[in-house]
Design a protein around this ligand. Structure first.
Ligand SMILES: Nc1ncnc2c1ncn2[C@@H]1O[C@H](COP(=O)(O)OP(=O)(O)OP(=O)(O)O)[C@@H](O)[C@H]1O
Ligand SMILES: [Mg+2]
Length: 252
């Protein structure tokens, strides 16, 4: 049975999409069938895997019921990795979803067939706690929270954890937190060391051992439409995401 992971943090630019793209690529590289569902109208994960921004049908059609997962999921160009692409019109779902009955469970219902097909399904969430992120948390088994290793790292996490608890209580009791992933760490700096120890102190046991370094190969890979493990497999960034995939697999 496959597992569904939501990658969420309402704070913008903390490494959600980078983690979704690179983790899914590592899982596929390790020999498992994986699916990345782009829940963000910015479509960064879609583009980061080399697909155009105007793929149709996409996640908007999936959530609105106009298309099935079979229609929407397509090959990414990486063996064993499929993508359910986002388009800018997915932003409309933020307005439309609250008006629909059972709006919170739309993604969960649409993804019902994935567990037998994909061992790992990753949901790349937008930087908000709006209806699209709520749908992702209702559909997921696990939550991964990327945290940028910067000043204000913990800002907003209380709100995310409140939402997590609410979703667990109201819709999805099986949702648990896989962990917090420190990203973009300039390991040599005092600031990065201070932030890392602060986050580990606040959330003992919840923070992954693996820390993703700030790495130029990671940041340039999306402009080539590929994950860092294909862009530069020997880079520090590629190594870190492989380590993270292994750690996640052992955590379950
Ligand atoms: N480890 C890293 N090293 C260097 N650059 C990184 C790293 N991780 C992410 N970036 C860059 O930081 C920026 C933000 O990352 P990303 O898009 O993954 O964040 P996000 O949380 O998905 O953003 P948003 O909230 O807008 O969806 C991107 O330009 C990305 O290439
Ligand atoms: Mg993103």
């Amino acid at each position: 049975m496959g597992k569904i992971y939501a990658i969420a943090n309402q704070k913008g630019g903390v490494g959600k999409t980078t983690t979704a793209v690179n983790l899914s690529a590592c899982v596929a590289e390790a020999g498992y069938e994986a699916l990345l569902v782009d829940m963000d109208p910015q479509a960064n994960a879609t583009v980061g895997l080399g697909l155009p921004k105007d793929c149709s049908p996409g996640v908007y059609e999936l959530i609105s019921g106009a298309a099935t997962l079979e229609d929407v999921a397509r090959p990414s160009g990486i063996d064993r990795l499929a993508v359910a692409p986002a388009t800018p019109d997915l932003a409309g779902a933020n307005v439309e979803l609250p008006r629909l009955e059972g709006s919170e469970t739309r993604l969960r219902d649409a993804l019902a067939p994935v567990r037998s097909q994909y061992l790992f399904t990753l949901l790349d969430c937008p930087p908000s706690l709006g209806p699209l992120t709520v749908n992702a948390l209702v559909a997921a088994d696990r939550l991964i929270v990327p945290v940028q290793t910067e000043y204000f790292a913990l800002e907003g996490l209380a709100g995310l954890l409140d939402t997590f608890r609410l979703i667990r209580r109201e819709f999805n009791p099986r949702l648990t937190i896989s962990g917090l992933l420190l990203t973009m760490s300039d390991a040599r700096t005092r600031l990065a060391q201070d932030v890392e120890s602060e986050v580990r102190h606040h959330f003992p046991e919840l923070v992954f051992e693996t820390v993703i370094p700030r790495n130029v190969r990671i940041s340039e890979a999306p402009s080539f439409g590929r994950p860092v493990i294909h862009h530069d497999p020997h880079s520090a960034g590629a190594g870190a995401y492989f380590e993270f995939a292994k750690e996640l697999a052992t955590r379950g």
